[in-house]
Design a protein around this ligand. Structure first.
Ligand SMILES: Nc1ncnc2c1ncn2[C@@H]1O[C@H](COP(=O)(O)OP(=O)(O)OP(=O)(O)O)[C@@H](O)[C@H]1O
Ligand SMILES: [Mg+2]
Length: 317
């Protein structure tokens, strides 16, 4: 059964990622020759790009600075066919930037993040987008300020909208309300789940059940190369990762979210959708790019049938 909706409205982070890889072992306090790469990131932006590549209509609402980074990011979104009419611009802050300084072997030596601009994604901005929410599923990431996340969950609950949320990181998951009623789908890893629940020892199954008890309808709790757990009304299922030769893990979680949402919108069950999500994540860790340029729904289905080592187990609930 299809849902009748074929559009996703993404709200949250969009950033420029810069990688500086040292040619020789890094020496602090002096100039080090590096190889430089620029790409575009941010959870909501990555999810939107993955969804566009999977063939669905998608809008992105984020905030950019009036600078070269912002212009390049916007132009890239438009080239991907992403609806940018709800993008905002700040005359106060620079476009969000994440800088990674890497050792010659790829190990992170230093990360630098300038994300202050996201404070400008206020509840008032959401208000102007509400007419667009009615015919779409919503996806938000926890780069949004806490009051904006609270307002969005409240809107979803009051208007019976389907809202998916990604936790982003252990500090940022704390921005979510304690009452998760209105959250249709919550994507998070085990560390983020434990941080939100203040239960550092919780098992994945226990954490998923507790998050459902907080009011979230469906939980997708990821476990890195061990795969993931999904929980909904029907119980808890464990889903194995799809085998992959890891090249660069960046973007795995974002690909998983996009493919899961697209498959659910195509009428697949949560467990089936998450298996396709795991395939998208596996394809992404095998690529240096944080979003695979060759991603398609057909590629996901082919990957699943070729690498059929994924296990689907039903847990007693
Ligand atoms: N080495 C791997 N091999 C195959 N699949 C992987 C691997 N690492 C991650 N995945 C897949 O990606 C999914 C998400 O990964 P993970 O649990 O690391 O998310 P995360 O911690 O939120 O990472 P991210 O930084 O991408 O948001 C996993 O559920 C799994 O399906
Ligand atoms: Mg993640």
């Amino acid at each position: 059964m299809e849902t009748g909706i074929s559009r996703v409205f993404c709200i949250g982070g969009a950033a420029v990622d810069r990688k500086y890889r040292a040619l020789d072992a890094l020496r602090p306090g002096t100039s080090n020759p590096v190889h430089t790469e620029r790409s575009f990131g941010g959870v909501a932006r990555n999810v939107a790009e993955n969804i566009a590549r999977l063939g669905l209509t998608v809008s992105l609402a984020s905030i950019l600075g009036e600078d070269e980074n912002g212009r390049a990011l916007l132009e890239d979104l438009q080239g991907l066919g992403i609806d940018t009419r709800s993008m905002s611009f700040s005359d106060e802050h620079a476009t969000a930037e994440y800088v990674a300084v890497l050792q010659p072997d790829g190990e992170l030596a230093l990360g630098l993040a300038n994300m202050a601009i996201f404070d400008g994604l206020t509840p008032a901005l959401l208000h102007n987008m509400e007419p667009d929410f009615q015919t779409a599923w919503l996806f938000a990431d926890c780069n949004l300020p806490s009051e904006t996340l609270h307002a969005l969950v409240d809107t979803a609950r009051r208007q019976s909208l389907t809202l998916a949320i990604d936790a982003v990181s252990t500090p940022k998951v704390a921005r979510l309300p304690r009452d998760l009623t209105g959250v249709g789908l919550l994507f998070l890893n085990l560390d983020e789940a434990r941080a939100y629940l203040s239960e550092p020892e919780a098992s994945p199954e226990k954490a998923a059940a507790r998050l459902r008890a907080c009011g979230a309808e469906r939980i997708v709790l990821t476990l890195g190369e061990a795969g993931l757990i999904v929980a909904d009304r029907s119980g808890i299922h464990r889903i194995g990762a799809v085998g992959a030769k890891i090249v660069d893990a960046t973007g795995a979680g974002d690909a998983l979210i996009a493919a899961t949402l697209v498959a659910l919108l195509k009428g697949r069950s949560l467990a089936e959708a998450a298996r396709l999500g795991a395939a998208a994540a596996a394809l992404t860790v095998e690529s240096t790019a944080s979003v695979r340029p060759d991603l398609s729904f057909a590629l996901l289905e082919a990957t699943l049938s070729l690498r059929a080592n994924t296990t689907l187990e039903r847990e007693p609930s």
